[in-house]
Design a protein around this ligand. Structure first.
Ligand SMILES: Nc1ncnc2c1ncn2[C@@H]1O[C@H](COP(=O)(O)OP(=O)(O)OP(=O)(O)O)[C@@H](O)[C@H]1O
Ligand SMILES: [Mg+2]
Length: 244
C-alpha cells in the first residue's frame, strides 16, 4: 500500500487476550465482542447503530488509546470525573499515518460542561471564541468549539454532536466539517443524525448483532425512517397513537 498522509488514524484492530471475560462489559456488547478490525475513511467515518450498540464505548477506547482523557476536550485536558473507563483501549492496536495530526479534540456531550469549566478556570478561552462556554447555550458552545477551536489538519472524535444542535445548526455543522476536511482533517463521529450522516465523503459503519459493517446512507434506518415519517406523518401518527 502506498504511503498516505491521511487518514491519520487508518485502522484499529482488537487484540483480545485469553483473559478477557466475554460475559462482562464491554466484551458482552455483540459488536465489540466480534470486533476484529475497523478501517477509517480519510475524511469522515460515522458510527451508527441502536442505543447501547457500543458506539460510545469504541469511540472512547480509541480516544483513550490516542492519549485523551475520558472527559474529552483536547489532549491537555486532565480531568477524571466522568466515572469508570472500560478496559477496551488496552486491547486496541491503532495503525496511524506517518503524518501526525497537528490538532485534535474528543467531544462528548455529557462531560463537555466540565471541560468548559476548565477552560474558564485556566483563562484559556481564546480558542473557544473568547466567551465563557458557560455563558453560551449548549448548541452555541459546541458551535464555538467547531468554528473556533478546531484549526484544521486535525483528528476529531465527536460523540453525538447533534445532541446540542438545532436542525439549521446541524446544516451549519456540515459546512464546518466540510471546510475542516478541506483543510486535511479527519473525523470519527458517533451519531443518530440523518442530516450529518448525509455528508458525502464518508464511510458509515453500523454496529449491531452482526458486528460492525459498512452501510450506504440510503440504506440506513436513519434515512429510511425519517424520510418515511416526514412524508407520511399524519398517517404514521394515526398508526402510532391508535388506541389498542
Ligand atoms: N460502565 C459500564 N458498565 C457496564 N455496562 C456498560 C457500561 N457503560 C456502558 N455499558 C453498556 O454497554 C453498552 C454499550 O454502551 P454505549 O454507550 O457504547 O452505547 P452507544 O452505542 O453509544 O449507545 P447510544 O446510541 O445510546 O449512545 C450498553 O448496553 C451499556 O448499557
Ligand atoms: Mg453513545
Amino acid at each position: 500500500m502506498a504511503l498516505q498522509a491521511r487518514p491519520y488514524l487508518q485502522q484499529v484492530r482488537a487484540s483480545y487476550g485469553a483473559d478477557i471475560d466475554l460475559r462482562r462489559h464491554p466484551y458482552n456488547v455483540p459488536a465489540l465482542r466480534q470486533l476484529d478490525s475497523v478501517a477509517f475513511h480519510a475524511d469522515v467515518t460515522f458510527f451508527i447503530g441502536e442505543n447501547g450498540a457500543g458506539k460510545s464505548t469504541l469511540l472512547e477506547a480509541i480516544a483513550l488509546a490516542l492519549g485523551y482523557s475520558i472527559e474529552g476536550g483536547t489532549r491537555n485536558v486532565r480531568l477524571n470525573s466522568a466515572g469508570e473507563q472500560s478496559p477496551l483501549h488496552q486491547s486496541l492496536r491503532l495503525s496511524k499515518s506517518y503524518q501526525v495530526p497537528s490538532d485534535g479534540y474528543f467531544f462528548r456531550a455529557e462531560s463537555f460542561s466540565n471541560v468548559a469549566t476548565l477552560a474558564d478556570q485556566t483563562g484559556y478561552l481564546a480558542g473557544y471564541g473568547g466567551k465563557s462556554l458557560h455563558q453560551q447555550s449548549h448548541g452555541e458552545a459546541f458551535m464555538a468549539v467547531l468554528l473556533n477551536k478546531f484549526r484544521g489538519r486535525g483528528l476529531y472524535l465527536l460523540d453525538e454532536p447533534e445532541a446540542a444542535l438545532s436542525p439549521s445548526r446541524q446544516l451549519a455543522a456540515l459546512t464546518a466539517i466540510h471546510r475542516l476536511v478541506g483543510e486535511q482533517s479527519q473525523f470519527i463521529i458517533a451519531t443518530h443524525s440523518p442530516i450529518l450522516l448525509a455528508y458525502p465523503n464518508a464511510k458509515i459503519l453500523r454496529f449491531d448483532d452482526a458486528g460492525i459493517n459498512e452501510v450506504a446512507y440510503e440504506d440506513t434506518e436513519h434515512y429510511a425512517v425519517t424520510r418515511d415519517f416526514l412524508n407520511h406523518y399524519p398517517r404514521r401518527l394515526e398508526q402510532l397513537l391508535a388506541p389498542d
